[in-house]
Design a protein around this ligand. Structure first.
Ligand SMILES: [Fe+2]
Length: 164
């Protein structure tokens, strides 16, 4: 049976909200890392990466709001201070002084981690038939897996093996 949030038990809501709260902290670091890279990128890839990082942080900002509101719909208060984000996030803090190649490789690595964290939430939400959270995370991962392919293609041109 499909469940809306008010059909989840209090324990189920608390568990899903807790997982989403950690992901929210990761997204805040991801957002700020992308801002740092948007500001700090230099060199031949400037115009491409400056715009790409802006596109990515704009989307991250939208997800931050959606995840926070999902937590609220579970009856919990989302983390909302920088201290909570730093303490709870699993993504590292990135530096605007990195080279453009380090930046794009690091963003690839960070998006890979976000996909893994979202998959963990998909598993937990599936167990309690929380279809809305599952749907949200599946949507993010579908988009992020496409991003990973595109970044891989930007970094190197041999990520797809040709059998010929
Ligand atoms: Fe800007």
């Amino acid at each position: 049976m499909n469940k809306t949030t008010h059909l989840l038990s209090a324990e189920e809501k608390q568990h899903i909200a807790s997982l989403l709260s950690t992901l929210l902290s990761d997204y805040h670091l991801h957002y700020q890392n992308l801002k740092a890279y948007h500001w700090g990128v230099r060199g031949a890839g400037f115009f491409t990466l400056h715009s790409l990082f802006e596109k990515y942080y704009t989307q991250a900002g939208e997800r931050i709001d959606a995840i926070a509101e999902r937590i609220l719909s579970m009856g919990a208060l989302p983390p909302h201070t920088y201290g909570e984000y730093i303490d709870n996030a699993r993504l590292p803090v990135r530096c605007a002084c990195e080279s453009s190649w380090e930046m794009i490789r690091n963003i690839h690595s960070d998006i890979e981690k976000l996909v893994i964290y979202s998959r963990e939430i998909i598993c937990a939400a599936s167990e309690v038939h929380d279809d809305v959270t599952v749907d949200m995370m599946v949507g993010y991962n579908a988009d992020d897996e496409k991003k990973l392919w595109m970044i891989s293609s930007y970094i190197n041109d041999d990520n797809i093996k040709c059998e010929k």
